[in-house]
Design a protein around this ligand. Structure first.
Ligand SMILES: C[S@@+](CC[C@H](N)C(=O)[O-])C[C@H]1O[C@@H](n2cnc3c(N)ncnc32)[C@H](O)[C@@H]1O
Length: 289
């Protein structure tokens, strides 16, 4: 199948044969990537995955998915660029402020009763969600007894997360989100600005462990009181979503808390009756069995 850059980034023709060919080419690409590099995109939701594959083929100046397969398998740097294209590292500090406000109100009192708190941010992207949690715990006097595990499959995003350096132009939105999320201090006290960037205070990073972890292929690595996995499973199909919910169920302690993205839900998974909602709207669930 050929790609015409003036058409949409999907199949160039919409005949049944063309769509079938696109499916075959995608299957072969994803199978090859899995076998060669161990990254498993086979159970990502297809329509958006196919769009991003075409986008990447376009960026590499290629006109078929088969050509992309050839290049990806023979050129590791092309594969690494493809991971960046498929990763979608879109995030914000205190994204969905109401969620963080509800977390403060509903979950923090529970966490106060624990001697030690372990939190996992799965699919943390460039770290904004993780620093938001560090600030929240700091303000609630809980940071010193917390360990935050921040993981993603994208090593480039993780590198930025570790550095904690972000564009200064984002601070207006992040300050608003912080205040809407119930922040009690001056947000600018949490970073130092230099030229066009800000760096978050190193003390916020003290108890954060950053590590590469792929939800599609890697196993559980600890037991957690809280798992955040927001705006990640939205890109998975039902099979992978169920598998990852299995991983989270196994990784949560008794009465552990699971926090999902605004468009995600525990319903229609194998685990729906293993949790009760602590807040249905904000997608905060508690493991009950
Ligand atoms: C849209 S961002 C969400 C970031 C953050 N959780 C938020 O809600 O703002 C999705 C992240 O999921 C990561 N991701 C996608 N598939 C993954 C996988 N199989 N394992 C781990 N991380 C994955 C991507 O690399 C990306 O950083």
């Amino acid at each position: 199948m050929t790609f015409n850059r003036f058409q949409e980034e999907s199949s160039s023709e919409n005949t049944p044969d063309a769509i079938e060919l696109e499916t075959i080419e995608c299957d072969l690409l994803l199978e090859g990537v899995h076998r060669m590099y161990g990254y498993d995109f086979r159970n990502y939701a297809r329509p958006s995955l196919v769009r991003r594959i075409w986008h990447h083929a376009h960026a590499e100046n290629l006109s078929t998915i088969s050509q992309l397969q050839d290049k990806v398998l023979h050129d590791r740097s092309c594969f690494e660029r493809m991971v960046q294209s498929l990763s979608i590292p879109v995030t914000e500090m205190f994204r969905d402020p109401e969620l963080f406000k509800t977390f403060r109100r509903e979950v923090v009192p529970i966490l106060r009763t624990y001697p030690y708190i372990r939190i996992w941010h799965a699919g943390c992207s460039t770290g904004e969600e993780v620093y938001s949690m560090a600030i929240l715990l700091h303000e609630e006097g809980l940071y010193d007894k917390a360990r935050i595990y921040a993981t993603d499959m994208n090593d480039r995003s993780l590198q930025q997360a570790k550095e904690g350096i972000y564009g200064i132009e984002k601070m207006k939105l992040y300050t608003k989100n912080y205040l809407d999320a119930g922040g009690t201090q001056s947000f600018s006290d949490y970073y130092t600005a230099k030229y066009n960037s800000v760096m978050f205070q190193p003390y916020l990073r003290k108890n954060i462990i950053f590590a590469e972890h792929n939800l599609a292929t890697d196993r559980s690595f600890n037991e957690f009181n809280v798992i955040f996995c927001r705006n990640v499973m939205i890109y998975f199909n039902d099979t992978l979503r169920d598998q990852v919910h299995g991983l989270f169920y196994e990784s949560l302690s008794r009465f552990g808390i699971l926090v999902l993205g605004s468009k995600e839900s525990i319903h229609f998974t194998r685990f729906s009756d293993c949790y009760e909602p602590l807040d249905r709207v904000e997608k905060i669930y508690r493991k009950i069995k």
